[in-house]
Write a protein that binds this ligand. Structure first.
Ligand code: ADP
Ligand code: ASP
Ligand code: MG
Length: 465
């Protein structure tokens, strides 16, 4: 039997009805001869609530105590109510497991309140409770339906470094634990059920993979198993031609290459965590994005070499809250070694640069994570003049054909005539054109560009896209 990793996001496990849909999707996959491995997110919205609790506790003001108690009560009740709706109120093992998570939460929140600080180690313990609870719940619901589900502690499987709240998996160790803890269950015909998003350092401290990280957990497990497919079950029909919250007419993209999907995820297509594709590429495992409310739809299939489609572009993606830093060499021309010194500053402050453009005397870069912007600017001021602009956005147009047809980039820029484009770049891979513009123009620019590049005149129902 071929293993298929099936990851269900927060809205796909939001309540008892959603969990029942998960059971029927998993059971149908089994009936088709697949060996499902299930990875689940926390119940929809639970991670936000948990991190909100940590924030309230860290404020330590006089009502914090009361507020934390109330919010924690609401969260525990929610899990107990859903368990009861699934007919699991008599499941002692589940009740004990859930109580032990609630107890960890109470203790960690108490410690945060006393210290008046939520450090990254405690934040990870708090956030991890969401996936620990949901995975216990889903595993118990499956078992109650007669499915041979086995709960697996994902923290023992995903081994990471100690960058708390955005930990990086250690591939060799993770592959070894997938082989030791997950593969044997699959071989026995059982259904392993794991929480996504969470892991553990080699010395046993709980970590998380960054927001939206359950997709990444699923692909790590899929790659470790050499699965036949990694399925990301969510609340939309697949990868759409643009963020549906911005462009209501966005349409499904049937096929994407690994490279296109990775670029879209990196530039903000929230439906995939930015790192999801990499483990799949290494083992050449197809990734599918599917809608848990419409399980019969085909979704989006992501492979190394998708069939050619009729549209020249794959999709648009965007990121808000971007900071642009212009760095101008204080000598007239860019001195030898100038760029190296500039990038060393970003390396020192462990801040990733997304888009770079250069002219003879200056270099402009964008950063997404501005937590260390002040220190970065101070260090850059020692070697250059620096100008900072906040509240910018990245708009990326992605498509493999951009690399072979140079008229396409011109078409993108032509379509954006009149918009205040602050930076424009086509990366070495040349499968994306990246534009930086003020955030206030993003919605209008994306809607207009979508109309120009994906407008109805071009859509052909039977085509690739
Ligand atoms: P899950 O909880 O299942 O992981 P997410 O909220 O993380 O779901 O991701 C799904 C959401 O991603 C969609 O509801 C949609 O609003 C958003 N999204 C942004 N860009 C895209 C895109 N290009 N295609 C599909 N969804 C997108
Ligand atoms: N529950 C986590 C989050 O909300 C991880 C995930 O859903 O992928 O970020
Ligand atoms: Mg997600």
């Amino acid at each position: 039997m071929s293993a298929v990793v099936m990851k269900f996001g927060g809205s796909s496990v939001a309540d008892a009805d959603a969990i029942r849909r998960v059971l029927s999707i998993v059971s149908a996959a089994r009936d088709r001869g697949h060996a499902p491995v299930v990875v689940v997110s926390a119940l929809g919205g639970a991670t936000d609530r948990l991190l909100g609790l940590a924030e309230t506790a860290s404020r330590g003001h006089t009502d914090a105590d009361e507020l934390v108690r109330e919010e924690l009560f609401a969260l525990t009740q929610r899990h107990l109510v859903e368990a009861a709706s699934l007919g699991l109120d008599r499941d002692r093992a589940l009740a004990d497991a859930m109580e032990s998570s609630f107890q960890d939460l109470r203790e960690t929140l108490d410690a945060i309140r006393q210290r008046r600080r939520a450090d990254p180690v405690s934040l990870d313990v708090i956030a991890a409770a969401g996936e620990l609870l949901s995975s216990r719940l889903v595993a118990a619901a499956m078992a109650a339906e007669g499915l041979p589900a086995v709960w697996v502690d994902a923290r023992s499987v995903i081994v990471t470094d100690d960058r708390h709240t955005c930990a990086i998996p250690m591939m060799d160790e993770t592959n070894a634990s997938v082989a030791a803890l997950v593969a044997p269950l699959v071989a026995e015909g059982r259904i392993p059920v794991l929480g996504g998003f969470i892991g553990r350092t080699a010395d046993g401290t709980t970590t998380t993979l960054g927001r939206g990280g359950s997709d990444y957990s699923a692909s790590l497990v899929g790659a470790g198993l050499g699965a036949a497919e990694i399925q990301i079950w969510t609340d939309v029909d697949g990868m759409l031609t643009a963020d549906p919250r911005i462009v209501h007419e966005a349409e499904i993209v049937r096929h994407l290459s690994f490279a296109e999907a990775a670029e879209l995820a990196y530039f903000g297509a929230k439906v995939l965590h930015p790192s999801t594709i990499f483990p799949a590429v290494d083992r050449n495992i197809p990734v599918r994005i599917l809608n848990s409310r419409r399980p019969d739809n085909e979704g989006t299939r992501i492979v190394a070499d998708p069939p050619p489609g009729h549209r020249p572009f794959a999709a648009l993606a965007s990121k808000r809250g971007i900071t642009v830093i212009d760095i101008t060499s204080t000598r007239m021309l860019m001195a030898h070694g100038f760029l190296r010194r500039v990038f060393e500053v970003f390396e020192t402050y462990e801040t990733a640069v997304d888009v770079v453009t250069t002219s003879e005397v200056s270099v402009s870069v964008t950063i997404d994570d501005d937590r260390r912007a002040a220190a970065i600017v101070a260090a850059l001021l020692e070697i250059a003049e620096v100008r900072v602009e906040e509240q910018m956005a990245i708009l990326a147009v992605v498509g493999d054909r951009l690399a072979i047809d140079s008229s396409l980039a011109a078409r993108v820029l032509g379509s954006l005539r009149g918009f205040p484009l602050r930076m424009v770049s086509q990366a070495a891979s040349r499968r994306n054109v990246t534009i930086v513009l003020p955030q206030s123009y993003l919605r209008a620019a994306m809607t207009h560009l979508h109309q120009e590049l994906f407008g109805v005149a071009e859509a052909q129902p039977e085509g690739r896209r």
